[in-house]
Each structure stands twice: as structure tokens, then as C-alpha cells.
Design a protein around this ligand. Sequence first.
Ligand SMILES: NC(=O)C1=CN([C@@H]2O[C@H](COP(=O)(O)OP(=O)(O)OC[C@H]3O[C@@H](n4cnc5c(N)ncnc54)[C@H](O)[C@@H]3O)[C@@H](O)[C@H]2O)C=CC1
Ligand SMILES: O=C(O)[C@@H]1CCC=N1
Length: 273
Amino acid sequence: MKIAFIGGGNMATALIAGLANKLTAGANIHVVDPNAEALARLHQQYGVSTASATDAAAGAADVIVLAVKPQNMREVAAQLLPLLDQAKQPLIVSIAAGIRSVDLARWLGGYDAIVRCMPNTPALIGMGITGMAATGGVSEAQRKQADDILSAVGQTVWLDDESKIDAVTAVSGSGPAYVFYFMEAMQQAAAEMGLSAEQGLQLAQATFGGAAQLAARSTEPVQVLRERVTSKGGTTYAAITSMEASGVKAAVVAAIKAAQARGKELGDELGAA
Ligand SMILES: NC(=O)C1=CN([C@@H]2O[C@H](COP(=O)(O)OP(=O)(O)OC[C@H]3O[C@@H](n4cnc5c(N)ncnc54)[C@H](O)[C@@H]3O)[C@@H](O)[C@H]2O)C=CC1
Ligand SMILES: O=C(O)[C@@H]1CCC=N1
């Protein structure tokens, strides 16, 4: 399978790292990006071919992954349209937050073999999770191609309704940032209580990793796992009571809904163009 990436930034790098030499040889991956440094790094690390602007090799790939910022998607579609191999009907995979397939299809002259995805950065180490939705023009074989690509870097979740991608974006697309934010807070508290930065980081990392694995391997709800740590009148009880008094859970729910709203807003703003 030949895969082209338009955009070779953070997320494309995470996907290429997971894919190259596993699902397909690095030589079967073509990356387009105006940033020469990013291209040189990707070529050196994974043996991918590169181009500074969208070219015929990109347009004739089996799968074309659009991995530019949402604000650049329209311009990228315009650059791609004359180079798209219409006889071959490549599958377009978009990972841009907010951008709806219907708008992308319009920018691509009515082309509708599009899978809209929302991966996350743990794809870099094969531990990503991606929400996916297909348009009507996607064949079963192409659905499988998209699933194979994203499954190479973690789990996939197919959605029956594309609009749910904004919720996936808010929960797991942006989610790694929430985890890192919480780890920063744990590290800050550790430092303020006299532990070294390294110790704080080690404690936070091992706690997140251990708790996440415990939850993944348990059949019990996470609430029960939390209650099992929380002895009445004990230390965890003091911490959770403090968090509840500060409205931490409500604030997290509101924050995730703000991310979802921003995804919708991006779709409205950029799709209107
Ligand atoms: N970073 C993340 O955690 C996630 C990002 N996304 C989505 O992935 C997309 C890319 O995000 P990042 O990789 O974080 O951004 P980034 O800024 O690291 O990468 C974007 C790349 O696109 C390149 N580019 C700009 N215009 C171009 C053009 N006309 N042709 C080819 N390349 C062009 C830039 O030089 C840059 O290297 C966004 O749409 C974002 O919503 C999706 C899931 C997670
Ligand atoms: O923050 C963003 O807009 C992108 C989408 C999900 C993660 N990063």
C-alpha cells in the first residue's frame, strides 16, 4: 500500500513512526511539507520519500492522509485536486480537527471517498486511539485500508455519525494534554513538598501508567477502583474532598465540552469558506 502524507508535522510524524516498516515499508510512504527540516528528519528516520509541494506521487497514492492544520485544509485540497488520480480513486483520510467531510468533499470537487479520523499522539508509541467515520463513497476495501493504517498505531473506534468526531476530539484527541496537565500539577505538588523534579515525574508517570493499566484490566467501574484507594478519613479522602470542594470534576467536564464546542466552531468557521 502506498501512503502519502500532506503535512509532515507532529501528528504525521506520530503516525509515520507507528506505520513505517510495520504496515508498509518506509519507501512506500511519501511526505509533502514545505518545511525542509521536517522532511529531512522523516527521510532519515524512516526512509520515506519527500516533496516540498503536493505532487503527482501524492495524488496517485492508494491512501492520502491530510495532516495539516484545519486552517490549511482548504488550500491543501485546492493543491491536491488537479493531481488526484481520478481513475484510481485514492482514499482520502483527514485527521484535521473540526473539518467536516462534506466541506472537504466540496473543496475536492465533489470527491467523496473520505474517512475523517481523530487520532492522538500516543500513536507515536503504538498506543494511540482513533475515532473514525466514513463518507458514502468509501468502499469496504478502503474502510479496511483506513482501519489498517490507524490500527497500526493503536486502537480504532468507528462512529455511525461523523458529528460524534467532535466529542472524540474533545475526549481522546486532546486528552493526552489533560493527562500531561494533571501530571504537571502532581509534579508541582511533589516539588512544593520537597521531592526532586525527577522523583515527582517518576511518581506521576508510574501512577498514571499503573492506574490506567489497572483500570484496563479490571471489570469494575473506575469509580469502584477510586473508592478502593479512598479509606474513610484517610489521605485520599482528604484529597478527593478538596477536589470536590474546588469543583475539579465539573471543571474537567466543562473543559472537555469546551474542546467539543471549539471543534464544531472550527467546522462552522472554516467550512463556510
Ligand atoms: N497534535 C495532535 O495531538 C493532534 C492533531 N490532530 C490534527 O492533525 C493536524 C496536524 O496537526 P499537527 O501535526 O499537530 O500540526 P503541525 O503544525 O505539527 O503540522 C502541520 C504541518 O503541515 C505543514 N503544512 C502547512 N501547509 C502545508 C501545505 N500546503 N502542504 C503540505 N504541508 C503543509 C506544516 O509545515 C507542518 O509541518 C491538525 O489538523 C490537527 O487538528 C489530530 C489529532 C491529534
Ligand atoms: O488541539 C487541537 O486542535 C488538536 C486536535 C486534537 C489534538 N490536537
